[in-house]
Structure formats: C-alpha cells, structure tokens
Design a protein around this ligand. Structure first.
Ligand code: SF4
Ligand code: SF4
Length: 711
C-alpha cells in the first residue's frame, strides 16, 4: 500500500520530526497566550453561524458582491472548475501582455495548480511569500497551509538559495537570506504586469476583500502591477464587515499564535495605478466553484466550507506531527486536507489518507470555525467503506465477532487459553508474540484475563446490593476482557457510597471500532444490540463508563446510528444525556478521597475524556493528591493508541507514545493516572517495554484504595 511506504519514509525524516515537534510545542503556548481574555468558544460559534449558508444564500452574496465591485469598474467572473479558472487567468495575463506575474500565497491557486498551468503557457509566475518562494525555486510543494516550508531547516534553505543565486550563504545568517529574497523578489514586483492574490474574506455588503499576511507581499502584489487578479473560493464570502472582522480576529491566533498578523489589507473597488494605461488598476475577481456550490447542500460535508484556512487542525494533530503535510493531506493538509481532498480532488487518494486519522478530536476542539472535523472524517470513512469496501479481516471481526456477544466471548476465552505460553511471569502482559513484525514491538500488550468483568461481577455478588440510588455501568470490551479489576474497583467505590450498580445483560462492543474502520453497517447493528441490553434510562442517575471513547460513542454515535429506529433513538437520546465518566460522577456527587501516601502522581487526559465527554478531573486530582499531583505537559495530547490505528500505523503510534513517555519521565512521578483502559494499555505497555519504572493506573483502581470523604 503506497500510503504505508510514504509514512515509513516520513517517519525516518529526522528534520521533519524535529521541526514539527518544536513548532507544535511553541504553537500551543503562543495560541493559548493569544487567546487569553477571549471567549474562544463563543467567538468560534459566531464564526460558525455567520458562515452557515445554503447554496442560494451564497449565490445571493456573490451577486451582491459582484454588483458593488462592477460599479467601480472591476470585472467579476465565475470559474466552474480548475481548468476554467486557469484559462481565465491565462487569458487576462495575455490580454495585458504579461510575462512575469507576481503571486502572493493562495491555497486556491495551489488547488487549481495555477503555476504549472501558467508555465505551460509560457508565462512566468513568481511566488512572493518567502516560504512559497523557497519551495518554488526548490521545485517542491507546500507541506502546511500557513507555513508552507515548515519541513525545511535553515541549512536546507541556505543550500537552495546558494543553488539559485550562486552566492555562498552562511546558514546561520538568516538576516542575509531574508535580504537576498527581498532583493530578488523586489525587482519582479516592478517587472510583473499582473499580480495575483487570494482573499481571506470577501465582504458582500461592500464588495471589499481582506487579505492577511506577515510579509506585506500581498499588498505589493496587489498594488504595484497594473493588473490585479483575485482568485477566491465562493466559501470566502461573508455578509458584512462585522462578520469579516470575527474571522480576522481569530485567524492569526489560530494560525500562528499571533495576536494579529503584521499586515491586514482591505481592497475595495478599482484603485489608481501609475503603471496602468487607464490610470486605474484593472481588477478581476475570479470566484472558483470547483464543486463548492453543490457542497453547500451536502448533509455532512457542508460544514467543511466554513474553513478559514488557518492550519490549526494540522498544528494540533498528533498524526500530522509525525508525518507532515506531504503525506497527511494532498493540496490542503491536516484534518481539513483529508476532507477537502475527497471533496475537491481525488476520492481514492482521500480514502487512503483518511486512514491516517487517529480520531483524537483535537482538530474539532481547536477549529476556530467550529467545524467538527473528526465527525466529518468518521462519516467519510463510512462512506468510503460502503463505496470501496472495508478491509476484509476487520469486516469479519466487526460483523461476525464483535457484534455478537456469545461469539465474541468464546473468541476471547479461546485467545485467553492460547496466550498462556506467551505470558510473562506476572501474567499481566504478553512476553512476545511469535512472528510479529518488529515495528509492533514498541509496547508490551496486556494479557486477556481468565475471568471477565461480568463474571467477577456475578462472583462477587455485586448484583445483590440494592439501593434507591442507582447507576448503570457500561464496561466496554477493554474492561470486560483486559482490565476487569478497573470495573471491580469502580463498583466497590460506588457501593461503599450507597449506589446500586447494574450492568448490561450481555457485553457488546460500543460500535466505535467498526465505525472508525468505515464499517457503518456493523457499527449500526452493534449499537442496536447494545441499546437492547442497556437498562431503562429513567431508572438511573447516570450511565457510567471507564472508557471515554465508549462514552463518546454512546453520547454521539448511538443517536446518529438510530435515526431510522424511533424507540431506539429515544432511548439513545436519554442515555446520551446521562452518560459520563466515573470521575465526573464523583465530582458531581461530591464524593471525595483522602490520599495519605507520599507518592507523586501525574495525569494523562484521554482524548475523548476532555474532548468527547467534556470533563477533565484536574481540580479533583489536585484536591485528592495535593502537592503530590504534578501536571503533565501536553496531558490532553493523544497517547497514540486509537484502536486498530496502532496496528495499521505502528510507527506513528510509537512516535506519538514516545513524546508522551518523555513528558511522563520529566514529571518524575511515581504513578501516571488516567481514565481510559486503552490509554493504560498503550502507556503502560510503552513504559514497560522501555523499562521505565512508572506505574500506570486507571483512576478507579487508585481511588478504591483511598479513604472516602463524602462532602
Ligand atoms: S478546518 Fe478549522 S482548524 Fe482547519 S484550517 Fe479550517 S478553520 Fe483552521
Ligand atoms: S481527529 Fe486527531 S488525528 Fe484525526 S485529524 Fe483530527 S487531530 Fe488529527
């Protein structure tokens, strides 16, 4: 499979690894600082609403924009597809006798492969954004939407400059490199008959465009040449200046962590030009459709058109951070790149790169336009699975095994028997699996326990404890088969505080693994079976989970996949409102604990704990462990597990885990706590494989040994 080879190549690129790791770390701090004092979630909600247009509405905005700019002598054109846009631009350039064309950074022009087309027509486009220019003279394409040359070191850039200019360049002399670029590019602004820019916003109520840059090159490209072409996608239209300003406010903070970009250029109408034959600049606006207009009506892809191209969904993506934009995307990169590739480019390419998403939801949580990118990626995976088929082994596991509780249990019991010769002396982990490729050996795997959680629940007579205070506990596959003690610990705590705990009649997978693999049909069948085995939501105070990914599936996917079943949908809706993590339940019910040991504890936030179930127990942990609680750097960044993702892409999974382990070691904690059996499996397995002496425990296991203080 081509994608796996490309991933391997990128994982060996140490420059890329270091550049992206350093950037991600600095970016998070700068973004946080830039957002201080702002209500990010309110602002992004405002942006989301202000960009929520139907096809008719966007066409009406286009007409309004057109009317305004045509009144001031500009030309407005519609390009149905990439070829039409390229032809229109070429015609304009030829009409104005252009040889050189200066361009500021425009992802839309990358989308239509404009430079390539113009060069074939004998024209000479010159990129004026420093990063874009470096790549143009190196013959490469961008790996990031905002920082196109992020994959290059200054040493590599110095070599590229040396080759292009023939001058000897000291790679430490960045100032000199900037001066060289400035000297080279300045002369083209004056040689060029045409300047091409994009637009970050196009304001319909006044016919104004706004362009954001840090180098001022868009201002020069749009003002010095006598002809200005603005290539813009329909989705950049906004109603008015107030809506445009919301975008301009959040864009630089999300893109680079800057408060505001160095240049924000507003252009309205046709401005005077000393180089123009008429004394006024010839201005052309080309609105690119390329499929966009029809997607304004699409049930789950429509939201992707709200993107403001900040690149934040790449900046926070743990998988992008391992392989970079030349693999994680196509023309557009990051989470939005996975989506736009399927909308605007090659569907088969999109199917391959969609598999690179680990499902951590960091993109959705950080997107300044409020797009739930992970949910769209999940829907696209299901669409691709239906259209092009799902991996047959996975399909068999999801449709024939995991969906059927009896078959699943038999399979796990058999595996538990067969694993015996492979167990280590503790019986907790598998020593080695024969014939497994080396790259999968980055963590020790937990053993399948001889007794399931449900069996222990019966054996310990937990079901006999009755109370008027009742909760329902959904164990999920990991607790049921690999970590039953986590469930036992939780039930013990709850019963000590007077809660009756009920569990499903049969343990069925939550359906998330099937959905994530694109097998929506098995996912739906699994969910329906699950709903049948769950108690009546009216009888319980809460539906508790120890695995936030199961919790998120219950909260979001149960409703989504039962739309055709009224009773099941109603039950899902009710359960979804009551589903929560154990830690959240303890907090809500004022159940507190007293820790008396002097060990140091730290905490890893599972992806779907904070970003799925919406609760992080930071305060609870500080209260319980006091000064012995040491916060973990990047606590909410994924640990690299992602279920079958870590089997498909062991190199990415291991690389993400390495960063987590580095941060854990730096805390000098004795024990890492977390709220997800999957994270325990990944992190504990990684630490053990590396011989690092830090215990990893689910919060439930540690709390069950502490003195309870009901407040
Ligand atoms: S999808 Fe959101 S985070 Fe990603 S580039 Fe667009 S606006 Fe930024
Ligand atoms: S869900 Fe996580 S892994 Fe997937 S694209 Fe978003 S940030 Fe990247």
């Amino acid at each position: 499979m081509k994608i796996k080879q490309e991933v391997k190549k990128k994982l060996n690129d140490k420059v890329l690894y270091t550049n992206l790791k350093n950037f991600a770390s600095n970016y998070k701090v700068s973004r946080q600082n830039a957002l201080t004092g702002l209500d990010f979630f309110k602002l992004r909600n405002d942006i989301y609403k202000s960009k929520d247009f139907s096809k008719e509405e966007i066409i009406a905005l286009f007409e309004e924009f057109k009317q305004h700019v045509e009144k001031s002598g500009c030309t407005v054109l519609h390009a149905e597809d990439a070829l039409t846009a390229n032809k229109l631009i070429t015609e304009i350039c030829k009409k104005h006798n252009a040889e050189y064309i200066v361009k500021s950074k425009s992802m839309t022009s990358e989308e239509i492969k404009l430079n390539h087309y113009l060069e074939k027509q004998g024209l000479k486009p010159i990129e004026t954004d420093l990063g874009e220019w470096i790549l143009q003279i190196a013959g490469e394409h961008p790996s990031h939407m905002v920082m196109p040359a992020i994959h290059k070191t200054r040493q590599q850039v110095a070599k590229i400059f040396e080759k292009h200019t023939g001058e000897k360049i000291n790679p430490d002399d960045i100032d000199k490199m900037v001066k060289i670029a400035r000297k080279y590019l300045r002369e083209y602004y004056f040689k060029a008959a045409v300047g091409i820019t994009g637009a970050n916003v196009a304001v319909a109520s006044s016919g104004t465009i706004g362009i954001v840059t840090n180098e001022g090159n868009a201002r020069l490209s749009s003002t010095v040449p006598p002809v200005h072409i603005v290539l813009v996608g329909y989705e950049k239209l906004v109603k008015n200046f107030s809506d445009a300003m919301k975008i301009i406010r959040l864009l630089p903070k999300s893109a680079t962590g800057q408060n505001i970009s160095t240049y924000v250029t507003w252009i309205k109408g046709s401005n005077p030009s000393f180089k123009s034959d008429t004394g006024n600049k010839h201005t052309y606006y080309i609105f690119l459709d390329n499929g966009r207009l029809s997607f304004f009506e699409h049930p789950f892809l429509k939201d992707a058109l709200k993107c403001i191209r900040c690149g934040s969904c790449a900046n926070v993506c743990p998988a992008y951070e391992m392989v970079g934009g030349h693999v994680f995307g196509d023309i557009y990169i990051g989470a939005i790149g996975l989506i736009l590739t399927s909308m605007l480019h090659d569907e088969k390419k999109a199917k391959e790169i969609l598999s690179l998403c680990i499902g951590c939801k960091a993109c959705s949580f950080n997107c300044p336009a409020g797009i739930d990118l992970q949910s769209i990626i999940s829907d696209l995976n299901v669409y691709m699975g239906k259209k092009y088929s799902v991996n047959p082994v996975k399909k068999f596991i999801y449709s024939a095994v995991m969906k059927n509780p009896a078959v699943f249990k038999t399979a796990m019991k058999t595996a538990s028997f067969l694993q015996k010769p492979m167990l280590d002396e503790t019986k907790e982990n598998i020593k080695n699996i024969p014939y497994i490729p080396k790259e999968h050996n980055f963590r020790k795997l937990p053993s399948i326990k001889t007794k399931t959680f449900s069996e222990l629940f019966t054996e310990k007579k937990f079901g006999e404890f009755k109370s008027s205070k009742k909760v329902f506990f959904y164990p999920g596959c990991a607790v049921e088969y690999f970590f039953p003690d986590m469930g036992v610990s939780m039930v013990e705590v709850l019963q000590k505080t007077g809660y009756q705990v009920d569990i499903p009649k049969a343990q069925v997978c939550c359906g998330l693994p099937a959905i994530h693999a694109g097998d929506g049909e098995s996912g739906k069948k699994t969910i329906l079976k699950n709903i049948k085995h769950m108690g009546n939501p009216d009888d319980y105070e809460a539906f508790l989970v120890l695995c936030p990914s199961c919790g998120m599936a219950i909260k979001e996917d149960f409703k989504k996949y039962t739309l055709d079943y009224i009773a099941e949908f109603k039950k899902s809706e009710k359960i979804g409102k009551k589903v929560m993590s154990f830690a959240n339940f303890l907090k809500i019910n004022n159940i507190r604990f007293q820790n008396e040991d002097d060990k140091k504890y730290t905490y890893h936030t599972p992806c779907h704990q904070g970003r799925g179930l919406g609760f992080v127990p930071e305060e609870f942990l500080k209260e319980t462990f006091g000064e012995n609680f040491i916060p973990l750097k990047d606590s909410d960044v994924c640990c690299g597990f992602g279920g079958s993702f870590s089997v498909d892409y062991p190199g990415i999974s291991a690389g993400i885990l390495d960063k987590k382990i580095e941060n854990i070691i730096n805390t000098k904690a004795d024990c890492l706590l977390t709220d997800c059996p999957g994270c325990v499996m990944q992190i504990d397995g990684g630490l053990k494989q590396k011989g690092v002496n830090v215990k990893v425990k689910h919060l439930s296991e540690v709390l069950s040994n502490l003195k309870i203080q009901k407040k």
